[in-house]
Design a protein around this ligand. Structure first.
Ligand SMILES: [Zn+2]
Ligand SMILES: [Zn+2]
Length: 154
């Protein structure tokens, strides 16, 4: 099996309209993992990102969480999001968890900090955490309108 080297445009994968939000899960056996979510817009973006991930979207660029079924900034503090191997939410200088502070109030803010060394752990992995949470906040505040948003590549 050959993996595609050029994933489809993220912008196209992230186009979620109110129509999508109303759509019932497609036939074909895929479990409607998000059927119980009251926020149908979130459910639609979750489902869209699941598909996008199969087509090459990095799991770390997602704005929604497959496991916790919410916006990624809402569960990033969960220990499950500390990935020691990849360095996400992890400070390698101190060998300890990086804390994330989220302010959901519009426009929202995200801050990473390490209690050990006291400086924001500026690594590629932790920058991904930061970007994902920022994008997630923007997406959440996108409201009821049809949303087209693009995740910055760096
Ligand atoms: Zn999560
Ligand atoms: Zn540290």
């Amino acid at each position: 099996m050959v993996l595609s080297a050029t994933p489809p445009s993220r912008a196209r994968l992230r186009l979620v309209s109110s129509e999508d939000a109303r759509t019932t899960p497609r036939a074909g056996g895929r479990l409607d993992r998000y059927g119980e979510l009251a926020d149908r817009r979130l459910a639609a973006i979750l489902a869209a990102e699941d598909v996008a991930e199969e087509h090459g979207l990095s799991a770390h660029a997602r704005t929604t969480c497959y496991v916790h079924r919410c916006w990624v900034h809402q569960c990033i503090s969960d220990p499950l999001h500390v990935l020691v191997v990849t360095g996400h939410r992890w400070c390698r200088r101190c060998d300890r968890t990086v804390d994330v502070e989220i302010d959901e109030t519009f426009p929202g803010s995200v801050e990473l900090s390490c209690d050990g060394c006291g400086v924001p752990p500026d690594t590629v992995a932790n920058r991904e955490v930061l970007f994902a949470c920022r994008t997630s906040l923007v997406a959440m505040h996108g409201g009821e309108v049809s949303t087209l948003y693009v995740v910055p590549d760096d």
